[in-house]
Design a binder for this molecule. Structure first.
Ligand code: SAM
Ligand code: NAG
Ligand code: NAG
Length: 246
């Protein structure tokens, strides 16, 4: 019950802050899009959530920062993209309680590996038992340190051009740096997925004082012109850019 109220507050906040009118509603469902019948319909008629993912989602809803959790239908989209490109090597920059890291690991064959970057002990400790319960703890390498250090370590270890998929979902001020490092680590035809690119709609004419929205808007405009990738900007969740390395 308490968790449900939080979702409504968070989604409501996203609508209020969007400032771009009703038609541009940016949905984000953690549990079926309770206040948006179309989003609810999407989830009701397409979500196939592994039982351990359901348990992890419900556990995460008890955390006060649960608005950070990836939307279930967005995680499923990324899992399907990984299957589509036969991905076996992924990186998640910003794991939180592990919903998407677990979803990616479940989408991969036995030899699949997810490098999951997370700085906060609390979140790592919530995530790990669920990875074990789903039987994929051997597929998820939790790097419990600053994400930029992990990316530099992977580059130094000779892993340039070997990753199939990267999900960028940590501190927004570093997004451009994460994107550049990811482009190095990803193979041709690999995918970099970037979360929160619409930032509840605030990227549209961001206020001069709103540095996060400005940074995201600048990155969005950079990617639009970036000839190293093909791209699509999707309105799923809080906005998701799919960049495919040429
Ligand atoms: C939006 S949440 C990630 C949600 C997650 N992808 C999911 O599937 O639910 C962002 C996470 O990035 C972590 N984070 C922020 N800055 C970081 C950094 N510099 N290095 C590693 N993790 C960081 C935060 O602690 C937080 O858990
Ligand atoms: C979605 O499923 C829930 C739970 O079964 C139901 O209450 C709701 O009416 C459904 N909404 C739509 C639009 O299908
Ligand atoms: C993925 O693997 C399957 C089965 O091994 C193969 O048939 C398919 O062509 C591969 N697809 C890509 C995009 O590599």
């Amino acid at each position: 019950m308490v968790a449900d109220i939080k979702i409504l507050v968070c989604v409501g906040l996203a609508v209020v802050l969007s400032g771009v009118g009703q038609s541009a509603f940016i949905g984000k469902s953690h549990s079926g899009g309770k206040d948006d019948p179309v989003l609810q319909y999407v989830v009701n008629n397409s979500l196939r959530e592994h039982p351990v993912l359901t348990k992890l989602r419900l556990r995460t809803l008890e955390d006060s920062w649960n608005v950070m959790m990836v939307a279930s239908e967005q995680a499923q989209l990324m899992a399907n993209l990984i299957k589509l490109i036969n991905g076996t090597k992924a990186i998640e920059i910003g794991m939180y309680t592990g919903y998407n890291a677990l979803s990616m690991a479940l989408a991969m064959p036995e030899n699949g590996r997810v490098v999951a970057c997370e700085i906060e002990d609390t979140y790592v400790n919530i995530a790990k038992p669920f990875f074990k319960e789903a039987g994929v703890e051997n597929k998820i390498d939790v790097q419990h340190q600053i994400a930029m250090k992990t990316l530099n370590d992977l580059i130094a270890a000779g892993e340039v051009g070997t990753y199939d998929f990267v999900f960028i979902d940590a501190d927004k001020s570093n997004y451009d740096n994460y994107y550049e490092k990811s482009l190095e680590l990803i193979r041709t035809g690999g995918i970099i997925a970037i979360d929160n690119v619409l930032w509840s709609g605030r990227v549209v004419n961001p206020a001069p004082t709103d540095l996060t929205s400005q940074a995201l808007d600048t990155l969005n405009k950079k990617l639009h012109k970036d000839q190293r990738i093909d791209l699509s900007m999707l309105t799923v969740g809080d906005g998701l850019t799919i960049a495919i390395k040429r």
